[in-house]
Design a binder for this molecule. Structure first.
Ligand SMILES: *Cc1c(COP(=O)(O)O)cnc(C)c1O
Length: 378
């Protein structure tokens, strides 16, 4: 392993059929959205995870923006979002004028601390947006109970959560709405791509209209309307058939991709557990009630300095390890708008968390090499 060419953090998986299916889409002469490949993908989601209404989108960001429109978020409405997450989780709601109430993460993993949420709810609270970090399930039962009690909607940010579950239920099927990502850094990719899942049937019809630029075009193409009209607000949220064709080539290989990623995730865990315990470094724990998807493997150091040392050490060996989100409540855009609460866990993950390389082609020998370096020098 000494003279390896370098280990990147991520390398997109390609099944080899992507160009075939894109060629097929071109030959179909049907390139815009909601064509045969889009429908094939959406049917796959329905059959596999019982996502009864799923709409492919151009990104998870777009799916979250659709969710904010669907919930009719208005200026002054409050939306509860973890601070340790990607920008889009909050930004989608800020675009509609919402005030973001940032919540802290758990000590045991970066997911929302559900037990601390009730104190954040006010009469203006409209939605809670749990993020299933690294494909690890948030504790959905108490979260759903809390939301019901206060008549608040749940939008799952399931960007990283494809094929993961909570108590036997697919992540993305527990909230009123859920947003997935097929960005090239996720397990299943389409370059850029995403999906909105509508679990609450109350939102199903309007979701399709918002998706199709505020028109009832989808209903028209099904023969349910004799013309199509402008009936609501919306935007161009649907991806072209080229994107859907690429995605189909990935979905066909879902089992293979997932099996390999879980193997790699477990290999990291087995190799690093004893060292982590000894060094006081936090690593992801398998959960009793949920099954993960091997999306990412991370270490959490107790200081920024120790994390930087590890990243630098791996970098000297041409291995790319990356830190992750910077707390949104302290971001240049939001810190003046934040209510000032201290969110210590979010800040701890911002400063201490580092992600190790994890992608389909990463070999066992490479994982062992990375782990040996960490254990001997970390
Ligand atoms: C990747 C990601 C997003 C954004 O996904 P895009 O498809 O790139 O828009 C949103 N939230 C989380 C938690 C993510 O990991």
């Amino acid at each position: 392993m000494q003279d390896h060419p370098g280990i990147p953090f991520n390398k997109p998986f390609l099944s080899g059929r992507e160009l075939d299916y894109i060629g097929q889409a071109v030959r179909n002469g049907r390139l815009s959205g909601n064509g045969p490949f889009t429908q094939k993908c959406q049917l796959f989601f329905r059959e596999r995870w019982r996502f009864n209404t799923s709409l492919l989108t151009t990104s998870c960001t777009d799916a979250l923006e659709m969710a904010a429109i669907l919930l009719d978020i208005q200026p002054g409405d409050e939306v509860i979002v973890p601070s340790f997450t990607f920008v889009s989780t909050a930004n989608a709601f800020v675009l509609r004028g919402a005030t973001i109430i940032f919540a802290d993460s758990l000590a045991e993993n970066p997911n929302l601390d559900v037990s601390a949420l009730e104190a954040l709810i006010t009469p203006r609270t409209r939605a809670i947006v749990p993020v299933h970090y690294g494909g690890m399930a948030c504790d959905m039962d108490p979260l759903v109970a809390l939301a019901r009690r206060h008549h608040i909607h749940i939008v799952e940010d399931a960007a990283q959560a494809i094929n993961a579950s909570y108590k036997g239920k697919a992540l993305g099927s527990c909230g009123d709405l859920a947003a997935f990502s097929f960005h090239e850094t996720k397990n299943i990719i389409a370059g850029e791509g995403g999906m909105l899942v509508v679990n609450n049937p109350e939102f199903a019809e309007r979701a399709e209209i918002i998706w199709e630029k505020g028109t009832n075009r989808a209903a028209f193409f099904r023969g349910e309307a004799d013309k199509y009209h402008w009936v609501d607000i919306g935007s161009s949220f649907l991806p072209s058939e080229l994107t859907a064709a690429f995605l189909w080539a990935q979905l066909e290989n879902l089992e293979k991709i997932q099996a390999r990623r879980l193997e790699q995730w477990n290999r990291y865990r087995n190799r690093l557990s004893a060292w982590a315990q000894d060094q006081g470094v936090q690593i992801p724990q398998p959960s009793l009630h949920s099954s993960g998807n091997g999306h990412l493997f991370y270490l959490v150091f107790n200081t920024l300095q120790r994390r930087t040392q590890l990243i630098d050490m791996l970098c000297r060996h041409r291995i790319s390890a990356l830190f992750h989100y910077q707390s949104l409540h302290r971001s240049p855009f939001y810190h003046n708008r934040h209510d000032g609460r201290f969110l210590p866990q979010a800040d701890r993950y911002s400063d201490g968390l580092v992600r190790l390389p994890l992608f389909y082609e990463l070999g066992d020998d490479e994982i062992d090499y990375i782990c040996d370096l960490i254990v001997s020098q970390g």
